[in-house]
Structures are given as C-alpha cells and as structure tokens.
Design a protein around this ligand. Structure first.
Ligand SMILES: Nc1nc2c(ncn2[C@@H]2O[C@H](COP(=O)(O)OP(=O)(O)O)[C@@H](O)[C@H]2O)c(=O)[nH]1
Ligand SMILES: [Mg+2]
Length: 673
C-alpha cells in the first residue's frame, strides 16, 4: 500500500556550521524510535570524521503520527553549499536551525535567500537554549528584524540557560500549565499566531474579528496553509543537549509543514505540470550520486509522481536510456533497510544504475518528462593541480571524472595557454576534501598551487615590419619576402588578416602562407611569450623568386615580419579582469574596500540588502585566486562572493615588468634543464 501523500514530509535541515543540525536530526530520529540510540546519526564518513563536520547531505527516515518524514541533514559550510542546494531543491520545506548563542550569521542569510529563490516553506528552530547568554526573546527579535515579521514564535522556553526546563507550545499547552509570570507573554504570543492563522482564511478571519477565539484545529489548519504559502514562518525552540523541544518539533513538522500535495505540481520541460499523485505514472529526480563505503555506487532519488517499486522498468527522461529499478534502499550510516515502495515526496537510494547522473529525471515510459536541472552555486576557489608521478598523471582523469559526476560545484579545466590543470570549487576546504578523496579512494597523489595567470599580449600602436627569407645551399634555395602593417583592434575582436598586395609582388597562392606565419607568430608574443590577440595584420608588399619561392619561405617571412612589426607597435601585456560581488556585514565595509583597492580593484558600486553590503567591483584575476579563503579570514567567515570573467585589460607597467622577468627566468630555466 503506498502511503497517503498528504502524510509525507520531506524537509531539509539547514543552518550554519555548528548550529546543531546533525545533533537535532539525530535526536528527532531517536525520539521517533527510528534509531536504537542517540548518536546513530553522525558525521560518519572518513572525510567528515577527519574534519568533524557534515560534508554530505544525507536523507534520514522516520515515522511519526502516521506521517512518513524524510529529513535531509545538510552541511552548513559555504564549501559544501552544492550539497545543501541539491537537498533544498528536492525538499518540500526546510527547518532553519539558528544557534541561540550565535544569532543569525551571513551563512544563514545566504541559505534563507536560497530558500526564497526555490520557494521553500520553512520553520525556524532556535537551538542550544541551554547555553549561557542565550535569550529566546532577543533571538526572535533579531529573526523578525532580519527575515521579516511573518516569522512568529510558536513556542516559548520556560527558564533560561542552565535553568531551561520546558518548551511551552503556544497552540497546544493548556493555560493552566503556564506559570503565572509567563501568562502575559504567553497570551500576547498566542494572539499573534492566532491572528496570523486567521488571516489565511476569510471565514476564519471574520470569526476571529467577531471576537470568537479560534479552536486549536483551526489555528493549526490556518498555520499549515500560511506556511505553505510562505506567509507564516513558525519559530520553535529547544535544546538537543537537554532533550527539550525535539518532540514538539516533530509535531510541528507533521502539523505545520506542507506535504508534496500542499506544495503542488512540479514543472517539467515544456511547461508540463507533474502532480504529486501516487497513482499517476512514476517520475522522480536524482539529486545526489555517490560511492557509499558500504553500499557502493548510489543514486538518491526523490519521487515526484507515481509509486516507485523495485524491478520496475523506467526511462531516463534526461538521457533517453532505460533503467531497471533495483531495491529501494534507506541507508543510515552502516545500516540499510529496504523499502517496498516510495510515493511522491519520498526519497530512496538506488544502487548501480546503468547510466543515470546527478540531476537526471527517471520516469515511466508511458509519460516521459524531464525536470529542470538543479541550480548550483558557481565555484569561487581555484587551484592548479600537479600530479606527483607519471602514474598519478595517468589516473587523474579518472579522479576528475568521478568528482565531476558527484559534484556540480567542482570544475576542472586544462588551460590551453598556461598548460595547467586548474580545479575550481566552493572553497579551499572543498578542494582539499576532493584531493584527499582522490588519494584515499583512487590512489592519486597531487599537490595544489596558485594557478598561473592566463596573460595575453597585444599592440597599442600601428607599425610596419619586414622580413626577407633567403637561403642558398646548393640545389634549390628558399626565397620569400613580406612587408606587413600591424594595427590594434578592439578588445575581444580577435585577429584579422588583410591582403593588400597589389601588382603581384607576392603571388596569390603564397598569401595564405604569410597569414599562417602571422598566426604562428601570435602563439607567443614578443613581450613575454604569451598569445597575441586583437591585432590586424595587412600584408602590402614583398618579393618572390620564380624557382626558389615556396610556402615555407613565405610562412617564415610572415612570422618574422610580424615579430618585427610587433616590437615596434608598443606591445603590452593583457590580464583577465573579473567581475566580483562581495557580500559582507556593514562593519567590514572599510576593510573590504581597502583590501580591494590593494588588489588593484575598481569599485563599481555598493548596494545594501538585508543588512549586508554588496560591493561590486572589477579586479584582476591574478589577485583573486585565493580571495575565497582570504575573504573568509578577513571577515571571520561572514563574507562571501561571486565572480565571473569580465574582460582583458592592460597590465600596469610596474607589474608587467615583474611578469616579463618571471617569464624570462622560466624560459632560461627550461633551456638549461
Ligand atoms: N549545549 C548544546 N550544544 C549543542 C546542542 N546541539 C548541538 N550541540 C553541540 O554543537 C556542536 C555542533 O553540533 P552539530 O550537530 O554537529 O552541528 P551542525 O554543524 O549544525 O550539524 C556539537 O558539539 C554538539 O554537541 C544543544 O542543544 N546544546
Ligand atoms: Mg552537521
């Protein structure tokens, strides 16, 4: 029997690193008797144990009050935002965990924004209220200030810090159980949530405004609707340490958060609406692929419609191939159980699919659909990779291939000009975890370094060049002569070759050879040997020999004439300049703009949004390779940034001198070795 879809909850648990998400999920599973003991849900993968933090998003299953609940424990660190983004994408709602001792930080704001963009209903859990200098009321004030007045307390803690002893539920706790001194606060808070619930339904609002108090059932139903619409964000509270508020949170997940039915249809390509109907044709989306140390290759799938069972034949709606569905697994640490079926909203792990990748849609052959790709953040940290040995070099493409399959925030590119293999990710920790994994799982050993800058060269003035290639060595000689004019072209306009030869001083059939020579000359410019761009070369004169002229001779004369002209055409180095957007709390504004000036950055504008300053700037790429970690250390982890390539720009001469000197030293070293 498939479960009733209105009784399914799929919830991502998000918040900054150390907020207490993993501990909370563990406690929720324990309270729901889904695991035998506390500590069953933990950061248990090798890389997680080593670094004492959650790196992978993990689904965890429990049943409570007749509901099937899947919680997705996620990493809080910006380094692993890709995992969190995928979990948010397939969840119907989120629990945002805020550490009461810490308040709201930039990471939580960024997640909040992500949740808004993805239209995910949410509730807030204020955690660690057992800790010193925590104050629930103050935290609620901050939440309402930062995230809006639709965030409403649904619970109140009884007692503070070490004396915190009970969580009062504003909906369900009978007034008689509320201590005298808290009654006023309890009443006021109850009124706010009653009002918010009433506003979700005209009939209820009329009743409420007419002076009749709403029943518990009405309040719960009204809130449930309001949460699904994003009009109400309930604030719950507790302490995992003291085991307070966990049971109430489970109750809130069931009664206040939306089911897949409340969240409505998913949109597939071509505007096709896919309703979360358990009886319809099956469809689902893969949001994580991994190699589990116990279960092997796994694809995690969220069912969107229909009911998935083992042995079903399905189609990969993204790639077109067929797949046979294996056992439906639920994996918690070392333990796995097998589910008989999975309906809309449910998440299962599938072992050893043939050709199904992260983000792919699986569906019934009778109703093929393709869901939109999952939105991932762009990489911001870059490193060049240097394999230790020839063997490491050979195996590196296997390593890269595997990582690319599992992680859409990872990129690897061989730069055609610097010849370096550059990997990119969400932070230095992200890249370090990847490289450690290569060593441990594939036996590939590499070192990382700051990448080389992909410089280019161009000219800034018109100039002429000339070369006569003449060789007489017995037999048939070589002869070709070319006169060239070079002119600068607009940035990013590329190379143009013009044939201005009149009167046949160079025969037609040799003109392409002159052009070939120019193109070859442009591979390594005269400044520091970097590729030349944005130049017009016109050949306007030359001479030939009836017997000795050939293609090679004109190619050589084109190449040398180009070099001759380039030296006279005031050549310069160009460097890539990036557009960046840095978000930091107000107090760091001065430091950050000062630092950007130091990096030769140009501030293009500053916007303030949600209590953060967003600085837009253009900065040379050479100054930005390590910005990710440097920004985090300047701001105690509270700053973040995005970056994309903008354009090439002339390198200032004092810096160009250094680059030229380095290039000459490298050339000399290469010649000597
Ligand atoms: N005092 C106290 N500590 C907690 C509580 N919840 C979690 N912690 C501790 O906070 C630290 C981070 O918890 P964890 O669950 O790993 O946080 P995550 O990064 O959000 O998953 C751990 O040392 C937990 O033991 C709580 O309610 N009270
Ligand atoms: Mg965690």
């Amino acid at each position: 029997m498939p479960v009733d879809t209105t009784k399914v909850r799929t919830v991502a648990v998000v918040g900054h690193t150390g907020a207490g998400k993993t501990s909370l999920v563990d406690a929720m599973l324990f309270f729901a008797k889904a695991v035998p003991a506390r500590g069953s849900v933990a950061d248990n993968l090798t890389e997680e144990i080593e670094r004492k933090l959650t790196i992978h998003a993990k689904p965890l299953w429990l049943s409570v009050e007749g509901c099937t609940v899947t919680l997705l424990d996620t990493p809080g660190s910006a380094d692993f935002l890709g995992e969190t983004a995928a979990a948010i994408h397939v969840a119907d709602a989120a629990i945002v965990v805020i550490d009461a001792a810490h308040g709201i930080d930039v990471g939580t704001r960024r997640l909040w924004k992500w949740l808004e963009v993805e239209h995910k209903p949410r509730l807030i859990f204020v955690s660690k209220l057992d800790k010193e200098s925590t104050d629930f009321e103050k935290t609620v004030e901050q939440i309402r200030e930062v995230f809006g007045k639709n965030c409403i307390a649904f619970e109140l803690p009884l007692g503070k810090e070490a004396a915190f002893s009970k969580v009062l539920n504003l909906r369900t706790t009978p007034e008689a159980d509320v201590p005298e001194e808290l009654r006023d606060q309890f009443h006021a808070a109850h009124q706010s949530l009653e009002e918010a619930a009433a506003e979700q339904d005209d009939a209820m609002l009329e009743k409420y405004l007419g002076g009749t108090p709403l029943t518990l059932d009405e309040i719960t139903k009204g809130t449930h609707v309001g949460v699904a619409r994003g009009k109400i964000v309930p604030i719950c509270c507790g302490s995992v340490e003291k085991e307070l508020g966990v049971r109430q949170l489970l109750e809130a997940v069931v009664s206040l958060l939306p089911s897949p039915v409340d969240d409505g249809a998913w949109e597939a390509d071509g505007g096709v609406k896919v309703e979360p109907n358990a009886k319809a044709a099956f469809s689902g989306q893969v949001f994580k692929v991994t190699v589990d140390p116990y279960a092997g290759a796994l694809a995690y799938l969220r069912v969107v419609s229909g009911t998935l069972k083992a042995d079903m034949d399905v189609v990969n709606g993204t790639r077109g191939g067929k797949e046979r569905i294996p056992q439906l697994l639920r994996i918690v640490g070392k333990n796995q159980t097998v589910a008989t079926d999975a309906g809309p909203g449910e998440i299962v792990a599938l072992a050893k699919l043939k050709d199904t990748h992260l983000g792919d849609t699986l569906c019934d052959a009778s109703k093929q659909v393709k869901f939109a790709a999952i939105n991932f953040p762009k990489p911001v940290a870059f490193s060049a990779v240097h394999p230790h040995t020839q063997k490491d070099e050979e195996k590196i493409s296997v390593a890269i291939h595997r990582t690319e399959a599992e992680d859409k925030t990872f990129r690897a590119d061989r730069n055609a000009n610097t010849h370096e293999l550059v990997i990119a990710g969400m932070g230095d920790t992200h890249l370090a975890v990847i490289v450690d994994g290569w060593k441990r799982k594939i036996g590939v050993n590499v070192d990382l370094s700051v990448p080389k800058v992909d410089y280019k060269e161009t000219i800034t003035a018109r100039a002429e060049g000339h070369y006569k290639h003449k060789k007489q060595s017995g037999g048939r000689g070589q002869y070709g002569e070319a006169y060239l004019k070079l002119a600068p072209r607009e940035r990013a306009s590329g190379f143009e070759f013009v044939d201005d030869v009149v009167g046949g001083s160079i025969p037609r059939n040799f003109i392409p050879a002159v052009e070939k020579g120019c193109v070859e000359a442009m591979l390594a410019g005269t400044v520091a040997g970097y590729p030349v761009v944005d130049v017009q070369a016109s050949v306007y004169d030359g001479s030939y020999h009836d017997v000795d002229s050939n293609e090679l001779s004109f190619k050589i004369s084109g190449l040398q004439a180009f070099k001759d002209a380039m030296q006279k055409a005031r050549p310069v180095l160009l460097e890539p300049v990036m557009n960046i957007a840095v978000s930091v709390p107000d107090q760091y504004m001065g430091d950050i703009t000062g630092d950007l000036n130091h990096r030769r950055g140009r501030i293009m504008g500053v916007e303030s949004a949600d209590g953060l300053q967003c600085i837009k700037a253009q900065v040379p790429q050479s100054e930005m390779f390590k910005y990710c970690s440097e920004l985090r250390s300047m701001t105690g982890g509270r700053g973040s940034f995005e970056m994309e390539f903008s354009h090439f720009e002339t390198v200032p001469s004092h810096i160009a001198q250094k680059v030229v000197a380095e290039a000459q030293a490298a050339k000399k070293a290469a010649q000597e070795s």
